[in-house]
Design a protein around this ligand. Structure first.
Ligand SMILES: [Zn+2]
Length: 311
């Protein structure tokens, strides 16, 4: 995403799609008080997982909603050039959140094993995302956890790697956060947070170059947030903003009332303004999931294309 509406607001590189900008959602990040003239930006995080995309390839598709080779339509502007000045721009960010071990082991999550515990198959998520991105230049995706992506990457042939590199250069596949995992902030030692972030970033730098390094933090699932994330692992690693899903419910309620879901996060008074980072809380529901009625994962059923007729 590149925001160009404000001369004090450096661009963020979460890709936004022009076709999505008229969508509505209940995630609102309102402009800060105090006279700043930032246009309101709403970020709606939609969990699209690979299994859904795989089924999508087989599901009946509304011809006006889908684009396919030979029917691409007019050229798609680059990410960041699709904002409509003077309008409330709504951004839908397709992403997934893949725990590097939770109910299943990291191996089981990657391979899809033990689906009776949890339906999660990260190898297929990444493969289907890359396939779908390749079909339509309007599509973008952000990915966070390099423990999985690097593992998937090692399995790919030269042709697929070249395709993925092109998607990254084009801004259609972006790495956010980019650590080995989406680390906890409440109980982890800061040295471990630094180390695992460096490990993931080194994988990105080595395989995609410095231009592909994340500029946006993506801490959707940690329960609670720490100052070191804002300083050393926010602005300290070149991030311009950190998005997170979970926050204290009273804090969220107050922020909604005062229009402060978008804010400036100062992790250190001594480091001061140079280590400020922009913060965004994605959901008034206290999580990273989509708003009601906008979950397009196969496990949700909000997308009528996934619904099987009973007749
Ligand atoms: Zn999680």
């Amino acid at each position: 995403m590149r925001r160009s509406d404000d001369d004090t607001d450096a661009s963020l590189r979460i890709p936004l799609r022009g076709g999505d900008e008229d969508a509505s959602g209940d995630e609102e990040a309102t402009s800060q008080a105090g006279g700043r003239r930032w246009l309101l930006t709403i970020v709606v995080a939609i969990s699209l997982v690979g299994l859904g995309l795989l089924l999508g390839m087989r599901a009946p598709v509304d011809g006006e909603c889908d684009r396919f080779p030979g029917n691409e339509g007019s050229p798609v502007p680059p990410p960041g050039a699709r904002r409509i000045p003077g309008r409330l721009n709504v951004h839908i960010v397709p992403h997934t959140h893949d725990d590097v071990g939770w109910l299943k082991t990291v191996d089981q999550y990657f391979s899809g094993a033990n689906a009776s515990i949890q339906q999660a198959d990260v190898r297929r998520i990444i493969s289907s995302v890359v396939d779908e991105l390749s079909k339509d230049p309007k599509r973008t995706f952000v990915y966070a956890e390099m423990a999985f992506f690097s593992r998937w990457w090692r399995e790919q042939d030269a042709s697929t790697r070249a395709n993925v590199r092109a998607l990254v250069v084009d801004g259609r596949l972006s790495f956010v956060n980019g650590g080995w995992c989406m680390h906890d902030e409440a109980t982890a030692h800061f040295a471990d947070m630094v180390q695992q972030t460096a490990l993931g970033h080194e994988f990105i730098r080595a395989n995609f170059g410095v231009e592909a390094l994340p500029r946006v933090g993506w801490q959707l699932d940690p329960f609670g947030h720490s100052a070191v994330q804002a300083t050393h692992l926010g602005s300290g690693v070149g991030l311009e903003a950190v998005f997170f899903g979970r926050a204290d419910r009273d804090d969220v309620r107050t922020r909604i009332e005062t229009g402060a879901m978008e804010f400036t996060w100062r992790g250190s008074e001594s480091l001061g303004v140079k280590h400020d980072v922009k913060g965004f809380i994605l959901s008034k529901h206290g999580n990273y999931g989509p708003p009601p009625g906008m979950c397009y994962d196969v496990v949700c059923g909000d997308d009528v294309r996934w619904q099987v007729s009973s007749s």
